[in-house]
Design a protein around this ligand. Structure first.
Ligand code: SF4
Length: 248
């Protein structure tokens, strides 16, 4: 019998968009990742560029952090990255009247909900409007319909909205918060999602319910076969089905 540390019972464990997403997609994967602390390298022919893309995404996030913090960007050796950084500078002119919070992490507890969100960028304008920005470096163009449904959007807006006063020392209406996604390879295409009081109430109900569900779930009776539709995209495919991703 594998001995597990049940992270759900630890005070320092906060649910993130990633862990909630994992729970929704596959309970068995949640067990492997969060209860058994197992990680698995993706392998297969379709994965050849996977880690390269992740590295470039991380490099771009680092450049953004430096750009908005007003520190030197460093030397850029990769042509594709140079293009993205030029696009960043064209799209986002620094306005000294705004406040820029980069790579900003927020943790909160409310009832059963222990939640965390790490924001690529938060911009606070002088008229107390708050913009959450998230950089997406995948090549596929994203749509507003898709981004509205993402758990990330829900968690990020909810957590920020609950903590505005703690973070900035003023109150703001839900309608003054937006979540914005930008793909540097599609320079002029910004996706903006508006927030509202109604959306906040719905988000709280959803998050509270799903976290209670995770906290009480018996992961050792989960049947991995129920999640087979996600297996072909999952790094654990070799472990669960003895198949590499490209063999699907
Ligand atoms: S391979 Fe399939 S069953 Fe196994 S963890 Fe991934 S999604 Fe779940």
């Amino acid at each position: 019998m594998v001995k597990v540390l049940d992270i759900r019972k630890l005070e320092y464990f906060y649910y993130s968009q990633n862990s909630i997403n994992t729970f929704i997609k596959c309970l068995f994967k949640f067990r492997l990742k969060y209860l058994e602390n197992l990680s698995w390298k993706r392998e297969g022919s379709v994965e050849e560029n996977y880690y390269e893309n992740i590295k470039q995404g991380l490099d771009f996030h680092l450049i953004c952090e430096r750009y908005f913090a007003g520190i030197p960007l460093g030397k850029l050796n990769d042509d594709d990255l140079v293009k993205k950084v030029n696009s960043l500078k064209d799209t986002f002119k620094i306005d000294k009247k705004n406040d820029y919070l980069v790579e900003y992490e927020v943790k909160m507890t409310k009832g059963a909900m222990r939640l965390q969100a790490k924001y690529d960028l938060i911009i606070v304008t002088p008229d107390k409007k708050i913009q959450i920005w998230d950089w997406k470096t995948e090549n596929r163009k994203l749509s507003i319909e898709e981004m509205k449904k993402r758990i990330q959007t829900l968690v990020y807006m909810y957590v920020l909205s609950e903590n505005v006063e703690n973070m900035f020392g003023f109150e703001c209406k839900k309608e003054d918060i937006t979540m914005n996604f930008w793909q540097p390879q599609y320079e002029n295409s910004i996706i903006t999602i508006e927030y509202s009081k109604e959306a906040h109430i719905q988000n709280e109900k959803y998050l509270s319910k799903i976290i209670k569900n995770i906290n009480s779930y018996d992961f050792y009776s989960a049947n991995a076969k129920l999640y087979s539709s996600h297996c072909k995209f999952c790094e654990f495919n070799y472990l669960c089905n003895n198949q590499k991703i490209y063999e699907q």
